[in-house]
Design a protein around this ligand. Structure first.
Ligand code: TXA
Ligand code: MG
Length: 351
C-alpha cells in the first residue's frame, strides 16, 4: 500500500474548512484526492499535469485510452480548455450548470496532452456541489475526475464506498455525505453541429430539447462507441448474476424466479415488492437512481447467488437508470412470457 488513506469530513462551511484546505494543498502538490459531487464521488487531480493524470489511471486501473472529465468551478473557465465553442453552449451552461451535465467540445492543444487520451475533444462539467466547487477554487486548477471506483466496479456514492476501492491508493477522501443524484452525469457532445447524448443521465433528452427548442439525438450504440471510449469497456457486473425485471413483470413470476434461484443459495433483491425470503434492499422505485450503486455494492458483498433488480419504465430518467442496469445484468426480462420461457429452459448465467 502506497498510502494510509484518510477520510476527512467537511463541515457546513467548506470555504473555511481545514479538511478542504488540506485537500487543496495535496492537489497543488500533485497528489490525488477523492471528493463528493452531486452525482457520484470523483477521484480528482490537477488536469494540467500529465504526471498527475498518470496517477489517476494507475489508482483506478483504468484503460489508458478512456478520457477524463475536467471539473470547473464556473462556466467561464470553459474557454481555457476548448479550441472552439458551440452555439448551444451558452444556453445549456446557463440552464444546467452547476449540475449533472457534461459537455464535450473541441479541445485546445494544452488539454489534449493530458486528459483527452488521443481524442480531439474534451469533456467539461461544473458540478452542483459546494465542496467540489470550493475545492476547485482553492486549488486554482481544473480537476480531472473520473468516478472514484476501481474500473469495472460501481461508482461510489459515499466516502465509505471510495474507501472500499481506494484504500492504500490515495492519501485523502473528503467526506460530504451521500451523493443525491447517485448516477453519473449526462454526457452531451457539442463537438459537431448537432448535439448528441453519449451517456444518458438525470438531465434527460427531453430536458435538453425543451431548452434548445430542437431535437437532440441519443447516440445509438455504434455512435457512442465511436465517440466515447468509456462505453467500450465492460461495466460493473457483480459476482452474482443480475436478473433485471422490466416494470410489467408480475409478483407471481417474480416469486417463481426467486424459487428457481433459491435452490442454489441466497437470493438478493433490490426493489419494492414483498421480498419473501430474499436478502432484501428496499428501495422506492422513484428513488432507485440514488440507491442503485450502494444497493448493488451491498448485495454483492452479501454472498447472494443471484440478484434480482426491479427496473424502471424507459422514459425520462428511467432511461439512464436502465442504461446502467442493463450493463450490470446478465439477464433482462421485459415480460412475464420472457421470464417464464427462461424458467422452463434456463440458459447459462455466464452468457
Ligand atoms: O458524474 C460524473 O460525470 C462523474 C463525476 C465524478 O463528475 N464522473 C464520471 O467520470 O462519471 P468517468 O470518467 O467515470 O466517466 C466519464 C465518461 C467516460 O465514459 C468517458 O469515456 C467519457 O465520459 N468522456 C470523457 N471525455 C470524453 C470526450 N472527450 N469525448 C467523449 N466522451 C468522453
Ligand atoms: Mg466511471
Amino acid at each position: 500500500m502506497k498510502f494510509s488513506t484518510r477520510i476527512l469530513e467537511v463541515g457546513p462551511n467548506p470555504r473555511k474548512d481545514p479538511a478542504l484546505q488540506e485537500a487543496s494543498r495535496l492537489l497543488r502538490e500533485g497528489m490525488l484526492v477523492a471528493f463528493p459531487t452531486e452525482t457520484v464521488y470523483g477521484l480528482g487531480g490537477d488536469a494540467a499535469r500529465s504526471e498527475v493524470i498518470d496517477k489517476i489511471f494507475e489508482a483506478k486501473n483504468r484503460p489508458s485510452d478512456n478520457p477524463l472529465i475536467v471539473h470547473l468551478d464556473r462556466a467561464e473557465r470553459v474557454q481555457d480548455y476548448c479550441s472552439q465553442t458551440h452555439p448551444s453552449l451558452e444556453i445549456l451552461s446557463k440552464t444546467f450548470w452547476p449540475g449533472p451535465l457534461t459537455i464535450v467540445l473541441p479541445a485546445n492543444h494544452a488539454v489534449r496532452q493530458t486528459v483527452c487520451r488521443g481524442l480531439k475533444t474534451v469533456a467539461l462539467r461544473v458540478p452542483n456541489h459546494e465542496i467540489a466547487r470550493e475545492l476547485i477554487r482553492q486549488t486554482d486548477a481544473g480537476l480531472a475526475a473520473p468516478s472514484a471506483n476501481i474500473s469495472g466496479r460501481p461508482s461510489p456514492t459515499t466516502a465509505q464506498h471510495v474507501f472500499q476501492d481506494m484504500n492504500g491508493r490515495i492519501p485523502l477522501i473528503l467526506d460530504g455525505g451521500p451523493c443525491l443524484v447517485g448516477i453519473e452525469s449526462t454526457v452531451l457532445d457539442l463537438s459537431e453541429e448537432l448535439p448528441v447524448i453519449l451517456r444518458p443521465g438525470m438531465i434527460t433528452q427531453q430536458d435538453l430539447e425543451e431548452v434548445l427548442g430542437f431535437p437532440v439525438l441519443l447516440a445509438q450504440k455504434n455512435e457512442a462507441l465511436r465517440r466515447s471510449p468509456g462505453t467500450r469497456y465492460r461495466h460493473y457486473s457483480p459476482n452474482a448474476p443480475v436478473y433485471l425485471l422490466g416494470p410489467s413483470i408480475s409478483d407471481e413470476v417474480f416469486q417463481k424466479l426467486v424459487q428457481f434461484l433459491a435452490v442454489k443459495g441466497e437470493v438478493g433483491y433490490l426493489g419494492d415488492r414483498p421480498p419473501g425470503s430474499c436478502i432484501h434492499i428496499q428501495v422506492e422505485l422513484d428513488k432507485l437512481a440514488a440507491q442503485l450503486y450502494s444497493g448493488l455494492r451491498d448485495l454483492d458483498t452479501s454472498q447472494a447467488c443471484g440478484i434480482i433488480v426491479d427496473g424502471l419504465k424507459e422514459q425520462d430518467t428511467g432511461i439512464s437508470v436502465m442504461d446502467r442496469l442493463k450493463k450490470a445484468a446478465s439477464h433482462y426480462f421485459e415480460s412475464d412470457h420472457e421470464a417464464l420461457q427462461f424458467l422452463s429452459s434456463p440458459t447459462s448465467d455466464q452468457e
